[in-house]
Design a protein around this ligand. Sequence first.
Ligand code: GLU
Length: 466
Amino acid sequence: MSFKENVNLHVDKSAKLLNFSDDLLEHLKSIHSLIKVNVGVVLDEKIHNFTGWRAVHSEHILPSKGGLRYSENVDQDDTEALASLMTYKCAIVNIPFGGAKGGLKINPKNYTMSELRAITKAFATKLINRGFISPALNVPAPDVGTSEREMEWILDTYKSLKPDDINYRGCVTGKPLHRGGIAGRTEATGRGIEEVIREIFRHKDIIKESNLKNELKENEIIIQGFGNVGSNLAKHLYNRDKAKIIAIGERDGYLFNKNGIDINALIEFYKKNENINNPKLGEFKNNPSELLELNCDILIPAALENVITIKNVNKVKAKLIIEAANGPISFEADQKLHDKGVFIIPDIYVNAGGVVVSYFEWVKDISHIRFGRVEKRFQEQKILEIIDLIDKKTNTKTDFDTIKNILHGADEEDLAFSGLEDSMRNAFTEIYKTRKQIKKSFRESAYYVSLKKIRNFYTDEGFPKR
Ligand code: GLU
């Protein structure tokens, strides 16, 4: 079964509960526009050919939004499936975007930086000239194999092709800060997932139902993937929640430490060595697939799709699975886990933090002002006045160090993370309430919430009222 078929089976299940009509469902599941490009780039006096796609799954709100992936495994079906996940994701967290995704079939590790720049610019030129990248219509962001570096190259390309577009900075998100990016975007997906986990631990009924230990820090956690999402998630869980992460997996194996891995040390090590094989921090095992089968409380696949399938599902021992990656569990495996009583918090909600902060970045770009720029000092002045008033009323004098600690008007990152937390928590409440009402899994409830919101757009646009 293909990735797209997997996603659509989930859509069908929840659409049925909502009594969707067949015509609307068919329209909703279809890809609304798609481009396939072949890019020829001269490197070493030879033409190198690359194939890429950009799929727009929905346009009920514009621009359509979603990452751009560089991987040898990219193909049209996966790109379409990932684009559809973006549609459902944006609806769940109330982000006013349609869903899109793009990909280039390439192993970025095989090319130098200047070669990658030339390839990215050639790919972007094609997409821009055909209307598949623009601040108003279609806005890429980093994904597997891309980062703020690629976004900056795309921005440069867009700016040189459309110099009269005053909103040119909004043509991509996940850019470097000095090019119109937003503070906190790189960490946003990981930080958003941390908010999901914190929210779970605020709901004691879920903890009981899933047999987890009461406090987050008492549970043993495994994370598959130490890329942008996995490492930032691990960093926040370790530093802010004192979480015990007993294993981290990468492509070549996993690091195991029953007492919990020192994540800060691992991040430092990874920066220098680009791998997690550090015997000082744990035992490294060369068998990457074994990771998902280890004893643990919470399993977090944060790498690629389709890692838990019918082949290994019976060996999974986790009580709670947090889908940080897009589509890590196949449809059949999902059913099996559900029947076994394993709690699964689905991708379309869990990893939405990235696009939430992308939205803030895009709003910043088209409004041409940084969040917090005008009110930060005003807020600080008000805090000072309140401290002064309390001092007067109580006849005391607050010392300088205390004032220094309290006095902090919100800067851009504070506001981005505050908006992120709010979006993730509100969405959790909606899914949680829906789950109680329809008495189905978290995934069915998440799709239910999402589809219900999307349907409103169609009835308003003249489709028959249902
Ligand atoms: N690539 C990320 C995702 O799959 C981010 C998308 C975005 O920010 O547009 O959600």
